[in-house]
Write a new protein. Structure first.
Length: 333
């Protein structure tokens, strides 16, 4: 494992691009991401992750989806790193991780990488926070290593074969047009800046630039397109069976304290996804945020931070000095 500042990592790679491929980015996004970068070597590829806070503190592991990266978790890292060890990986092909052409970019491969990180860092008593594809990846990893998992926090996600495919995403599966739109024009990530939030004004130019920053060339957008291609439309798709297995295993995790924080205006991971997850986690506390979309942490940052803080206080780990007089409340909305 090696460490390198995010600023140096991105600037170095940007400067190595041929001049015509360098896309200007807003100069102010990097101060929003004031973290040291760490890398795990996986078969010769660099897997990037943040690791902020006391290494002996309880770990909060934050797993992003598509088309975001660890930048999406920046406000939670800043809010909790003084009390907890906050860890946020970038999936291979995403964020500041390498973007190899020959990586499989499947759900199973992302699960394998996350488990490898947990094993390398020997993480115990993990509080797992997941969003979007991070739900299937993180919960898939949790089922592989349940002894490492203490608490769960789920944000607008799914861990089951998709019950529907929004037209906006289905269009991205169109041959030729889809890859051209996602990798050539970066339309998937750019459209999310307005379509994944209920309050687009909440995304400053710097935040927009930060969300897009790693995805500045055709090859650097490879994982975005591969995530979309990995959505199983039929049972014949290999990821369909992986998702079926994950959903079948979810009840084995429902003895962990669990909270679900949901942007109810999400057109992709719609409220039906929340209700389906509650079948596996009937004891979960919930906060249904009526005026938030898919990027719920961007739409409702302060509320989300308060939700997570209170959840952690209500459910201290055995032996933890933290305690709370607040009992679990079920639906906290």
């Amino acid at each position: 494992m090696i460490a390198l500042s995010a600023r140096d990592r991105y600037t170095r790679e940007e400067n190595e691009l041929p001049l015509p491929l360098r896309i200007p980015v807003h100069p102010d996004w990097r101060p929003l991401y004031p973290f040291e970068s760490h890398f795990l070597d996986l078969a010769g590829q660099k897997y990037h992750y943040l690791d902020e806070g006391d290494p002996h503190a309880e770990p909060l592991v934050m797993v992003h989806g598509n088309p975001t990266w660890s930048f999406y978790w920046r406000n939670l890292v800043l809010a909790f790193r003084d009390q907890y060890r906050t860890i946020a990986p970038d999936h291979m092909g995403c964020g500041l991780s390498d973007k190899p052409a020959d990586f499989p970019y499947t759900l199973q491969s992302h699960i394998d990488n996350l488990v490898a990180l947990w094993e390398k860092l020997n993480l115990q008593n993990i509080t797992l926070l997941v969003h979007d594809w991070g739900g299937a990846i993180g919960l898939g990893a949790a089922l592989r290593a349940p002894q490492r998992i203490a608490r769960l926090v789920l944000f607008n996600t799914g861990a089951f074969p998709p019950p529907f495919m929004p037209l906006r995403i289905r269009v991205c599966r169109t041959p030729v047009v889809g890859p051209w739109a996602m990798q050539g024009l970066n339309l998937f990530a750019r459209a999310a800046l307005s379509m994944a939030v209920e309050h687009p004004e909440s995304l400053s130019p710097a935040v927009k630039a930060g969300l897009l920053a790693p995805y500045d060339t055709w090859s650097n957008r490879r994982a975005i397109a591969r995530f979309v291609a990995d959505i199983p439309l039929t049972r014949r798709h290999p990821t369909h069976a992986v998702l079926e297995e994950i959903e079948a295993g979810l009840p084995s995790l429902n003895d962990r304290p669990t909270m679900m924080i949901w942007g109810m205006k999400d057109w992709c991971f719609r409220p039906e996804c929340l209700e389906r997850l509650l079948l596996s986690f009937p004891q979960a506390e919930t906060d249904r945020i009526d005026d938030a979309g898919h990027y719920v942490i961007e739409d409702a940052t302060e509320r989300v931070i308060e939700d997570v803080a209170r959840f952690l206080e209500r459910h201290p780990l055995a032996g933890s000095p933290r305690s709370s007089a607040m009992p679990p409340t079920g639906d906290v909305s």
